[in-house]
Ligand binder design. Structure first.
Ligand code: FPP
Length: 264
């Protein structure tokens, strides 16, 4: 009975939660939050469950975090769901990971539509199983006119191959005279990346205690605030997102320059 009672939030808890959200909303909210969702395997291992059980629980966390991001008015949430390196995992695990977007969208798409969320992806979709692609394309189509949170899944994504593809495409355009060498700058190059219409992330979160970027958005993260957390992805909650955003709000972003008060 005691445990059950703890599952429900008392009105006092809810008031505390509302106060916390109001406090957060009183300060600048990162427009674009990117997350490296790590630790599903370790979460499962701790419970002597198969790794796929960790991924399944991780999918449930994606739902919770999407709702929390929406609450804060975050504009873009990019989630690293499958990297180009993840194909090296055992086939059963890869097969399961490939089914997750479909499972997620089957149960959550109506809510995404209702919440004005727009589904988008970055990565090479051509290599994904047809049913995964179909589910993702369907979700994109159904949410294409939504103008709330952009829920951007990095699926079969790798930053180095994204950059190499961009360079090849750019070189072709230079050869064809579509663009001249002098016009190539940061802004121009960014338009050749998979994130072309998205602003760079303001905040990157990586869970599970690992402190590396794992080939994720290497160009786009140049001036992003980084936040590494010890929590395993299936245990990541709304409160953890709030904590990361609160940390972001305490940082002073200089983009390599100085802040007004630092200039003598
Ligand atoms: C890394 O943890 C996680 C992944 C490779 C997969 C992430 C996928 C999800 C969280 C679900 C995605 C959901 C949708 C809707 C697409 P790991 O397995 O490497 O964990 P470990 O380091 O503890 O082994």
């Amino acid at each position: 009975m005691f445990n059950k009672m703890k599952l429900w939030k008392t009105s006092k808890d809810q008031d505390g939660q509302d106060d916390r959200i109001s406090q957060i909303l009183a300060h600048p909210i990162p427009d674009h939050v990117a997350i490296i969702m790590d630790g599903n395997g370790r979460w499962a291992k701790k419970r002597t469950l198969p790794r796929i059980a960790g991924h399944h629980e991780g999918m449930k966390t994606v739902k919770k975090v999407t709702k929390a991001a929406n609450k804060l008015g975050i504009k873009i949430l990019t989630l690293y769901a499958f990297s180009t390196e993840n194909w090296k995992r055992p086939k059963t695990e890869v097969d399961y990971l490939m089914k997750l977007p479909e499972q997620f969208l089957n149960s959550f798409l109506p809510e995404l539509i209702e919440e004005n969320v727009k589904v988008s992806t970055m990565g090479d979709m051509d290599q994904l199983p047809v049913s995964t692609r179909r589910a993702v394309d369907h979700a994109k189509e159904k949410t294409k006119n939504n103008d709330g949170l952009i829920l951007n899944f990095a699926l079969n994504y790798g930053s180095r191959s994204e950059i190499i593809d961009a360079i090849k495409h750019l070189a072709t355009d230079v050869k064809k005279g579509i663009i001249s060498e002098e016009d190539i700058d940061n802004e121009c190059f960014s338009t050749y990346l998979m994130t072309k219409s998205l602003k760079d992330p303001d905040l990157l979160i990586r869970t599970s205690g690992e402190v590396r970027l794992s080939n994720f958005m290497l160009w786009q993260l140049a001036y992003t605030e980084l936040y590494f957390m010890d929590v395993l992805w299936p245990d990541f909650s709304e409160e953890h997102l709030f904590e990361a955003v609160e940390s972001f709000q305490k940082r002073s972003r200089r983009y390599g320059g100085l802040l007004g008060e630092e200039i003598q």
